[in-house]
Design a protein. Structure first.
Length: 298
């Protein structure tokens, strides 16, 4: 490639779908991104993107090189990780990705203690249901649901997240309390949308509550929980979190219980990188010591 940096800009726009989002992720201005894309297209003598009113869309030519550029970016990240792994300094950036509920209630409250222990380490906390790809270098550490599915990933289980069905007392006063799964057909459930629709608790509720009414679908757990507090319906919620709220009551406890393993993972070769190993070990230790949300029991 005559100028890899231009391809880095191409990859950012292809993944973001717009110049403005790509610019924020790259830490540059939007005109800079536009100019680099224009320069690359001019040198290749082909249009890589269709400029639409709502963003940038890859052309056929752009699609044809996307996987090649993506592969090169991943290999470059691996090379960087292997070189960085030789550095024993406890300083620098560590990118951690995790679901929002774990980030809010397990990781973020411990960031002050991490700073006290390792003041030169900077953590970038990337929150969301969607799992960034550790093997492609999109993050250094991931807190994830379920055991690692690749031999190239190593880590520790830090506990279990237990979900049960909850509703507000105001809802139950108005609609009654279900005594069996069959009675869910007489109730209103809050459903999940987007990536949240694929999580275990959402799938189980969908499988047992066939015929139940739903007046709300949402792709964010915290927004769903706010709706439950307002009496909008019945929802799977983390038991330890919901039990601390006096306006909520658990229903169908024997019939509905979902226990999810939570793991802290990283790529195997990053175990030699001092700052990443330090953050990994700190997350494991702090999560096991603080059982406010997770439980260590099976």
């Amino acid at each position: 490639m005559d100028n890899w940096d231009d391809y880095r800009f191409f990859l950012a726009v292809a993944k973001a779908g717009s110049l403005s989002t790509a610019a924020r992720r790259l830490g540059v201005t939007q005109p800079t991104v536009g100019r680099r894309i224009h320069d690359l297209e001019r040198r290749l003598q082909v249009r890589l993107f269709d400029r639409l009113s709502h963003g940038y869309r890859l052309t056929e030519a752009g699609e044809s090189i996307l996987h090649l550029v993506d592969d090169i970016a991943a290999k470059a990240q691996i090379i960087k990780s292997q070189v960085t792994g030789q550095d024993s300094e406890l300083s620098g950036l560590v990118r951690v990705t995790c679901p929002d509920i774990i980030g809010t209630h397990v990781i973020a409250p411990n960031m002050g203690a991490l700073r006290e222990r390792h003041p030169e380490i900077e953590v970038e906390l990337i929150i969301g249901v969607a799992a960034l790809n550790l093997l492609r270098g999109e993050a250094d550490i991931a807190v994830r649901v379920g055991q690692p599915q690749s031999r190239d990933l190593v880590g520790r289980r830090i506990g279990y997240l237990l979900f049960g069905l909850f509703a507000a007392q105001s809802y139950l006063a108005a609609h009654g309390t279900p005594d069996s799964i069959d009675q869910l057909t007489d109730h209103i459930i809050i459903e999940s949308a987007g990536e949240l629709d694929a999580v275990q608790q959402a799938k189980k509720l969908r499988s047992i509550a066939r015929g139940a009414r739903s007046t709300l679908r949402c792709n964010d757990l915290f927004t769903q929980m706010a709706a439950v507090r307002g009496g909008a319906g019945i929802l799977p919620m983390p038991v330890r979190m919901a039990a601390a709220e006096p306006i909520l009551r658990r229903v169908l406890e024997k019939e509905f219980s979902v226990r999810i393993e939570i793991w802290v993972l990283m790529r195997r070769e990053l175990g030699r990188t001092a700052r990443i190993r330090a953050v990994h070990d700190f997350l494991v230790q702090s999560a096991k010591a603080d059982e406010a949300l997770l439980t260590s029991k099976i």
